[in-house]
Design a protein around this ligand. Structure first.
Ligand SMILES: *Cc1c(COP(=O)(O)O)cnc(C)c1O
Length: 398
């Protein structure tokens, strides 16, 4: 990997490098840890790069999309993959698209949305999950979704049941929950247990035939410990125990970040190094307009230095040695920080820096029009670690 990143030509930098072989191995491990009665969907909003979707398609049940744009994209890239369409504020156009595209599931976010959907059926059937905003305690997590605009209050569910009585084309398969992001396996299992107990008792009281519960994504990714993965074996074993108590239920999960975060790197180069009021700064080509993750999550993006010994200027290149340095980008804002006060052995102008864990919520959440710098190039490595066919995917997107 190191050698490959060092071999990228300078004019290809900054570059996103996606390791598809690593991704394939990772998703296989996830799938193998889960019981058969758990269907694994990938939340496309984490990263919908076409080759990533292709790689995942062989190992997941389907894809969760959160907009009409994602729906069209996923359908075009992996036409046969089942699609679950969720997310708040679906437009009439998006609901029609989901019906036309025969989305496998629609995750309904409100009574109004259900009523709107009912007017658009035109004789078609659609399988839905009602998304519930269950008031449970999720503990300390990166992102709590409850008590907001996501899903519906449990009292609204009964109104939805009434609406569905008069609209036979809308078939209720079960309930959907996505209550938090950044959960670790053990607290996650407690949450799933609580959610399923509530769902079963809700269904029993209403005489609803509950076939399916989607418990969402949110499996934690620890950016301070790149090798400390979410405990999929513990989740799998726990779900097996829980499912034994719910013999007629199929469970679904729809992780995003924990699937693709690890396969991506953002590789760039040190343009300048300076010291200001006793603090060292390395200015990198690119920045948070390409990799917004550290700004969005307020963390230090883990990185590795790839030394470049080809210095040809007649002066000594600026460097830092065994001292803390703040890695910033080219934007004219103090918020353009990728990693703050990290001690490095040595970092010199011209050296490369490869930021790890840049495969999810990275390029696709970045404000890349700001300042009009060139976009990164995109590279995909196959099983042998060599770039796939054309080396880059569609070059620099415009
Ligand atoms: C974003 C989202 C996910 C994926 O969350 P991750 O934290 O990336 O695993 C799953 N389900 C829904 C409804 C979401 O909004």
């Amino acid at each position: 990997m190191h050698g490959l990143l060092a071999a990228l030509p300078d004019d290809e930098l900054p570059a996103y490098v996606y390791d598809l072989a690593h991704l394939r191995e990772h998703v296989r491990t996830i799938r193998a840890a889960l019981p058969d009665r758990v269907e694994l969907l990938y939340a496309a909003k984490a990263n919908s790069d076409p080759r990533i979707l292709h790689t995942l398609a062989e190992h997941v049940h389907g894809f969760e999309v959160a907009s009409g744009g994602e729906l069209d994209h996923v359908r075009a890239i992996v036409p046969r993959a089942p699609i679950a369409f969720g997310g708040p504020g679906k437009t009439q156009w998006e609901l029609i698209r989901a019906l036309d595209a025969r989305a496998e599931r629609l995750h309904i976010e409100s009574e109004h949305e259900l009523r709107l959907l009912a007017t658009l059926l035109g004789g078609r059937n659609v399988d839905v999950l009602l998304r519930v905003d269950l008031p449970v305690h999720v503990g300390r997590v990166a992102l709590a979704m409850g008590g907001g605009p996501f899903g519906m209050d449990p009292v609204q569910l009964d109104r939805c049941l009434e609406v569905m009585e008069s609209v036979p084309g809308v078939r209720l398969r079960g309930l959907h929950f996505h209550l938090a992001s950044g959960l670790q396996a053990r607290p996650h299992l407690l949450l799933v247990d609580e959610v399923l107990a509530w769902a079963e008792s809700w269904a029993r009281d209403r005489g609803v035939d509950l076939r399916e519960v989607n418990v969402g994504g949110g499996m934690g990714v620890d950016y301070t410990h790149p090798s400390g993965l979410y405990d999929w074996p513990a989740l799998g074993a726990g779900l097996r125990r829980i499912l034994a108590r719910h013999p007629h239920l199929t469970l679904r999960i729809e992780p995003g970040r924990s699937v693709t975060a690890y396969c991506g790197r953002y590789v760039t180069q040190v343009l300048d190094i300076k010291s200001s009021r006793g603090q060292a700064f390395a200015v990198l080509r690119g920045g948070t307009h390409h990799l917004r993750t550290p700004a969005a999550k307020q963390h230090d993006q883990p990185f590795e230095v790839i030394p470049d010994d080809t210095w040809r200027r007649p002066w000594n290149r600026p460097e830092v040695r065994d001292e803390p340095v703040t890695l910033v980008g080219q934007l004219c804002t103090p918020k353009d920080v990728l990693a703050s006060r990290i001690v490095v052995e040595r970092l010199r102008v011209g050296d490369r820096v490869a930021f790890a864990m840049a495969g999810a919520y990275a390029w696709n959440i970045s404000h890349h029009a700001f300042l009009m710098h060139p976009h990164p190039t995109f590279h995909h490595l196959d099983d042998t670690g060599t770039p796939v066919a054309d080396g880059t995917y569609a070059g620099r997107p415009s």
